[in-house]
Design a protein around this ligand. Structure first.
Ligand SMILES: Cc1cc2nc3c(=O)[nH]c(=O)nc-3n(C[C@H](O)[C@H](O)[C@H](O)COP(=O)(O)OP(=O)(O)OC[C@H]3O[C@@H](n4cnc5c(N)ncnc54)[C@H](O)[C@@H]3O)c2cc1C
Length: 306
């Protein structure tokens, strides 16, 4: 049980949240990091592209960042889920699933997003290993192998044109409309094969993918398949607090300004939940921006009125 009041509560303790907390910690402010421990990339065994940590296990990267923060006695870690948040700048209350409540002058929402995957046999269990969304994160490793793109939106034709950079590519329409003649011509120029027959499932040993199985019985050799999932907020807290949303590339995102301040005074948001393009580097950079901005707002609050 704790009844502590914090300068800031960071909700979400992954790339964005821990980066925000680090700035506040170094600013000598009291910060609570509340984390439910489910980062978006927890399905992947390796994370790629992050400065100095290419190929590291996601859980190790997050653990290393946490460990650095434990050196700061003004940072308080809470392994719990924040189920409600209310109040106003200077006086927020955050309720945890355990029933406890903490108070904070500022909030940083770094709660991430959840991927809504298409409902296809054999797909969900391969997510993050051989069913993927981002070739920069997971593409180099499959270089030269037969690759697929599962059409989920009209933009998937462009994705297929891109994926040929990594290997010979089939665009599986799986019920999505046939692209128009202009797009088909571009797909042909990029050597994308278009497969209109619907998919019955994905097949392979364990989490590896060997074949996409079609409803006419064919099995097309495929080593990795890319898709664009729809995304939703991983937490309803931004909505509860009244933050404004906008449409991102993949789903709703929290509206923020250049300092990662939301439309609600005293509430900042960072990472996937508050940006259209997603990766760990951008999430971390957003966290740095939000953490520094929260610190500045604490320093300068009330000065004008004095
Ligand atoms: C399969 C897959 C593979 C990926 N691979 C890569 C890669 O190789 N390289 C790369 O750069 N990016 C990769 N990404 C993207 C990367 O995972 C995200 O961009 C990054 O995790 C976003 O960081 P974040 O801190 O915003 O959110 P997250 O990492 O999703 O963390 C959010 C945290 O907030 C917690 N949380 C949520 N709600 C609450 C609540 N109410 N109370 C308490 N805690 C809460 C969650 O449990 C979680 O720990 C991948 C994504 C996926 C889906």
């Amino acid at each position: 049980m704790f009844a502590k009041s914090f300068d800031a509560a960071v909700i979400g303790g992954s790339y964005a949240g821990l980066s925000a907390a680090m700035q506040l910690a170094r600013g000598r402010r009291h910060v609570a990091v509340i984390d439910a421990g489910k980062p978006r990339n927890r399905f992947a065994t390796a994370s790629h592209g992050f400065f100095g940590q290419d190929g590291a296990e996601p859980a190790h990267m997050i653990a290393a960042a946490r460990e650095k923060l434990t050196a700061y006695p003004n940072v308080y870690f809470i392994a719990d889920e924040a189920v409600d948040a209310s109040g106003q700048e200077g006086a927020f209350a955050v309720t945890l699933a355990s029933g406890q409540t903490l108070r904070a002058s500022r909030l940083v929402l770094a709660t991430g997003i959840t991927d809504i995957l298409p409902d296809l046999p054999g797909l969900a269990e391969r997510w993050g290993v051989s069913v993927l969304h981002c070739p920069y994160c997971h593409g180099y490793e499959f270089g030269g192998a037969p690759l697929g793109v599962l059409a989920t939106t009209p933009h998937c034709a462009e994705k297929a044109m891109m994926i040929t950079e990594w290997g010979p590519t089939t665009l599986f329409l799986n019920g999505q409309p046939m692209p128009d003649a202009g797009v088909l011509a571009k797909l042909a120029r990029r050597r994308v094969t278009v497969e209109p027959i619907s998919i019955t499932g994905l097949d392979g040993q364990g989490q590896a993918l060997q074949a996409v199985v079609l409803s006419d019985g064919r099995r097309l050799a495929t080593t990795a398949i890319y898709l664009t999932p729809r995304t939703v907020m991983a937490s309803p807290l931004a909505e509860r607090l009244g933050c404004a949303f906008e449409d991102g590339f993949f789903g709703p995102i929290i509206v923020t300004d250049g300092k990662k301040a939301t439309s609600v005074a005293g509430v900042f948001a960072a990472g996937d939940a508050a940006r259209g393009m997603h990766n760990a580097t951008w999430a971390s950079a957003d966290g740095v921006t939000a953490g520094a901005a929260v610190h500045h707002s604490l320093i300068f609050e009330g000065l004008d009125a004095a």
